[in-house]
Design a protein around this ligand. Sequence first.
Ligand SMILES: [Zn+2]
Length: 265
Amino acid sequence: MRIAARTQNAFGCTSGPWTIWSLSDGHVDLPASSLRDPDDKPQDSRLADETVRLSVNCFLIQLASQDPALIDCGAGGSWDDTMGYLGRAFEEAGLSPASIRTLLLTHAHNDHINGLVSRDGNETFPNLNRILIPEAATATFNADASLSRFRTLLTPINHGDDVIPGVTAVALPGHAPGHTGYRLDTGEDTILICGDIVHVPARQFAHPTLTWAYDDDQATARMTRLRVLADAAATGTWLAGAHLGRPGMGQVERIGDGYRFEEAG
Ligand SMILES: [Zn+2]
């Protein structure tokens, strides 16, 4: 993995014939009490009044000069005004939203799908022609009336599908219906774009049994996180995550019962 470009909101690297961009949509501050022990108690009651800052990252992957694919698209104008700035990251990277024809979704929470519509109400990607979505996430997507115009673009995918050349869908259950990662094998590196398996990297790498109040099924989400981190540490797989900070890409080293996340760059 070689770093190719870095601005405040865009981080680009190359691996084999692939280019991978981490593009920031912004961030969101949430209560630290959302971090939960295995018994579903807040991790530390002394943190009750604190907030933790979550990055909101999207990833763009491109094989040589083929069409790029975008993975998740941020919050648009659907949530706090600290999010919805993916267009700025595209600009900093010298990329055009018009180049995006294929969008892959990890799940259908609004900080991952509502960037289809920009803050000013326009369609962000004028040439989009398909949205690959985990089959079990389609009901959540279709429940969002503000995105009804995109329903005809939905293409359901499942675990094990080769979704685009070089990229395989990997079920990562627990966080949300259909929650799915995308494994990219570049020939040099394996990169798992892993969605929401970790929300607070400063805490959850060192204490991976800590889960997140917004996980649909906390026990399953915890098992998935432990399995993915153990595998990434053993195999040297890169992780790229929406909420892993900036750039939110790195490798994992096992330390005792926990892990250390070594950020790219
Ligand atoms: Zn998320």
